[in-house]
Design a protein around this ligand. Structure first.
Ligand SMILES: [Zn+2]
Length: 234
């Protein structure tokens, strides 16, 4: 695939873990140019391996063998050095602090081509593709509820609940709620703040449920997703 190499970032160091994840982000800045400048600014201390603008141009900012600085304080499946375990991809999008526009089709097409390349080279299973909000639920909302996770999952990038999903919105009793939180942790989420993990789970897998308490429908979704995981060790 065609990669632009006219922006390179000095913001990286040495990986300490093999690559087992891809973490997707949005840039959350007004323009793509401002985002690219920040990702390459040595004083900003942030970066990602790739940045994809709204026209579908893919910028290779940091070599994959290096550890880019995109995830911050985060946790997934017990791993806290997510930067060492992952490839970070930024999508140019103004995000929730501005008007949070839709992700253009050409941007998603470019992302899918990049993911096909990466997942093929590192033999990554679908569950390896996750969002920044999944690994940092108390701090981050990106790439957010407008990100087309279902479309990606149809291509093998990320998981999506199998149809038909439950519409049983009965709130969970305390025992079911404990099962639900346990399932979220088994899936990968940080159990230290179950409410934040629940909202991150909704934002990714049931965006129509955002800000709802745990329901039977949500419990069935996490059980479905767990049944689809390969148990691929991180
Ligand atoms: Zn992010």
């Amino acid at each position: 695939m065609l990669l632009r190499t006219d922006h390179v970032s000095p913001n990286h160091d040495t990986r300490r873990l093999p690559i087992s994840l891809v973490v997707l982000h949005y840039t959350g800045m007004i323009t793509g140019g401002a985002a690219l400048s920040r990702l390459c600014d040595p004083t900003a201390q942030v970066s990602a391996h790739y940045c994809i603008d709204t026209a579908g141009e893919v910028y290779a900012l940091v070599p994959e063998y290096a550890r880019a600085w995109h995830a911050g304080v985060s946790l997934w499946r017990g791993v806290t050095d997510i930067n060492s375990a992952s490839i970070g991809i930024e999508l140019v999008n103004r995000g929730h602090d501005w008007d949070y526009p839709d992700f253009p089709d050409r941007q998603i097409q470019a992302l899918c081509a990049l993911l096909a390349d990466i997942a093929g080279r590192y033999a990554l299973p679908p569950e390896a593709i996750i969002g920044h909000s999944d690994v940092a639920p108390t701090r981050k909302k990106d790439p957010g509820e407008k990100f087309p996770w279902q479309r990606l999952a149809a291509l093998g990038f990320g998981l999506w609940p199998k149809e038909p999903v439950s519409h049983d919105h009965t709130p969970l009793n305390p025992e079911e709620e404990a099962d639900f939180i346990h399932a979220l942790i088994r899936f990968g989420y940080d159990g230290d703040n179950p409410e934040a993990a629940l909202q991150a789970f909704y934002r990714h897998y049931r965006p129509d449920h955002l800000d709802r308490p745990p329901t039977r429908a949500a419990l069935s979704v996490i059980q479905d997703l767990l049944s689809q995981t390969t148990g691929h060790p991180l």
